[in-house]
Ligand binder design. Structure first.
Ligand code: OXD
Ligand code: MN
Length: 624
């Protein structure tokens, strides 16, 4: 470490912190920490390791600094983000573009030098009067091929506390790293706080440097913008994965259990707020992860690991009926951070759809709240935000899969793609093969927008692999990486699409909330070659008899043939219009799209057109 850096860090760190810093023999790491200590100019620097004391210190800090408040249940706290800081800010999230690099027109980018200048100006003195937390975590299980060590610098006790819950401790990983620079880094400053929340959200910026694996985030607290190891790292990981031939995906991981005790692992990609966590939490199955998975090849098979060990879940419609396991965890004395819910005088949290009715008043993301309160645009403020969250450790869940921390990951046999789609895809269908699935399901995914990002809700948006917000490389190359991924794999995983949001013409949902338990069981049977399926022009769909049996076994329900017919009718005009949209998007937005994408979609179009000539626009499954 440079002499003046040593002096600076010695002056800002306590003795213990300095010892922990020096315990990592990595001059490049030290110089980086010194650089941001100098720039952000905190009053003091805390270096955290993997110990319980350090974890406790961070929890205390979040409370003492007023970023969190204690709730009535021991171990529970509440945090509020500012009224206009309730979701990921896509517009102000940009890639820092070095000269000569072209990421394509669809990625939000800024010239690197200009962007760095701007963000460094915002970071200058941003931590005056505060403590800077320097923390070490690991993405993926430790001691594993999946592991990526991460350095988080932040002045937010809430962000630091969230990361201690959500990620594996990484100080020991850094020790093993020696003087290597192969780690991800995040620098976050919440900026000026007013009542504990970031005040200058108009100066909110999230800038991503793919060359050096650094993400900077300022003037925001919302987890999706600030928790480095979450969506900020996903963008870095997608770039790294392309270079190294693996996949970094916005995917759940779960074990699906057969009646005979067989466990088959599935990965599933769903856009934010479209059923990913609730699928991962399905009754009778086990959860490995609910948000981000890395997939790697080994010995001709595909393995995946959850990069996290906690859930930053949306807390809406979480009640004893819909989510009994989460409900139980959130009502036990496990460590939980609730954010942007409503809290009453008795310090009891309330959220939308909790089944307990709405309190008359309390504190929420708008400050003091009372029934009927309106914002400055005359919009009524709901008691809790639609994108309110809970942060809890996966180890607190009784349905946790035993392989969460397996350094080898879990072997993935099925991949599921699902979006919020009111009119096109059936509840479940299987692709003909890997290429067909990657292209017609993953790469063609569309979803109606939700409250997880700022902007209008309910607008149909193209969202390939549910990863559009995080794809940090030209889209065509991202798709190509998927196609090539199974080159040396003996039996690639089967690919499925699901749709929990299909509606009738009258706008009513035509499947039940619990039906996803049946669709996943059918996929498990398919992957294991236990049932046959019906071949349609768009993929394989279940046979009525199989679903009827599963509905009875799993849900104790009588599944009527008329429901099956309605749900699985092939909607030709909607499918054709979708193919047209998707082809156009790739033609316009992704000049380096592999030719296979257009070929496979054209073939599907032809099959659909031929079926239409024979059987009309809407084709019942019995026809095939
Ligand atoms: C999330 C998101 O928080 O995707 O998981 O927004
Ligand atoms: Mn997500």
């Amino acid at each position: 470490m440079k002499e003046k850096n040593i002096e600076l860090l010695k002056a800002k760190c306590s003795k213990e912190s300095y010892k922990k810093l020096i315990g990592l023999n990595n001059p490049k790491l030290h110089n980086f920490i010194a650089k941001y200590t100098k720039l952000c100019n905190p009053d003091s620097v805390f270096i955290g390791n993997d110990s319980l004391e350090d974890r406790q210190h961070i929890r205390n800090e979040a409370l003492e600094k007023g970023e969190e408040k204690k709730l009535v249940i021991e171990g529970h706290t509440v945090h509020f983000d500012g009224y206009n800081d309730q979701a990921r800010d896509k517009a102000q999230t940009r890639y820092l573009l070095p000269p000569g690099v072209d990421l394509g027109s669809s990625l939000n980018a800024i010239d690197k030098e200009k962007g760095l200048r701007e963000i460094h100006e915002y970071l200058k003195d941003i931590m005056v009067g505060k403590e800077m937390y320097v923390l070490f975590f690991c993405l993926g299980p430790t001691n594993s091929e999946f592991s990526i060590p991460c350095l988080q610098i932040t002045d937010s006790g809430y962000v630091a506390h969230s990361e201690y819950i959500l990620y594996r401790a990484g100080y020991e990983e850094f020790r093993k790293l020696g003087d290597s620079e192969d780690f991800f880094r995040y620098v976050h400053g919440a900026g000026v706080l007013e009542n504990g929340v970031s005040k200058n959200v108009d100066k909110r910026r999230i800038y991503i440097d793919l060359e050096d694996n650094i993400v900077y985030s300022v003037n925001t607290q919302y987890g999706g913008n600030t928790i480095g190891l979450k969506k900020l790292s996903l963008r870095l990981a997608i770039h790294k994965a392309l270079q190294e031939g693996w996949l970094a995906e916005h995917m759940l991981l779960m074990g699906v259990h057969s009646r005979k005790g067989r466990v088959t692992y599935f990965a599933g990609a769903f856009p934010s707020a479209c059923g990913k966590t609730s699928t991962a939490m399905l009754e009778g199955e086990t959860i490995v992860g609910d948000d981000i998975a890395y997939l790697r090849k080994k010995d001709g098979k595909i393995y995946a690991a959850n990069v996290e060990c906690g859930i930053f879940g949306i807390i809406r419609d979480v009640n004893p009926k819909n989510d009994p396991v989460i409900w139980e965890a959130l009502n036990s004395e496990e460590e939980v951070i609730f954010s942007n819910i409503l809290v009453t005088e008795e310090m009891i949290p309330y959220w939308l759809g909790d089944g307990r009715g709405m309190p008359e008043k309390g504190i929420n993301y708008s400050g003091e709240w009372y029934k009927g309160k309106k914002d400055s645009w005359e919009n009524e403020i709901s008691h809790a935000h639609k994108n309110a969250r809970y942060t809890v450790s996966l180890y607190a869940l009784k349905n946790l899969d035993s392989k969460l921390d397996d350094p080898c990951g879990v072997e993935v046999k099925g991949i599921v793609y699902g979006g919020r789609d009111s009119s096109i895809w059936p509840p479940v269908q299987e692709a003909f093969d890997w290429t067909h699935g990657v292209i017609t399901m993953g790469a063609s995914l569309e979803s109606e927008t939700t409250a997880a990002t700022l902007g209008k809700e309910g607008v149909r948006q193209f969202n390939p692999m549910s990863n559009l917000d995080f794809v940090s490389i030209p889209l065509g190359r991202y798709i190509n990486n998927h196609l090539k991924f199974v080159d040396s794999v003996n039996t690639p995983p089967s690919i499925f699409s699901v749709n929990y949001f299909l509606k009738n013409k009258d706008g009513k949902y035509i499947t039940g909330m619990e039906d996803k338990r049946v669709w996943i069981k059918w996929m498990e049977l398919r992957v294991n070659d236990d049932v046959e399926a019906i071949k349609t022009p768009a993929g394989y769909i279940p046979k009525y008899e199989d679903l009827k049996r599963l509905f009875s076994e799993v849900l104790d329900k009588n599944y009527r043939e008329e429901d099956y017919t309605r749900q699985f009718t092939l909607r030709i005009p909607e499918n054709l219009a979708k193919i047209k949209r998707i082809i156009n998007i790739y033609k316009i937005k992704a000049p380096d799209t592999p030719a296979a994408l257009f070929r496979v979609l054209e073939e599907q179009k032809k099959r659909l057109q031929e079926a239409r000539v024979k059987y009309g626009d809407y084709i019942a499954p019995s026809v095939f």
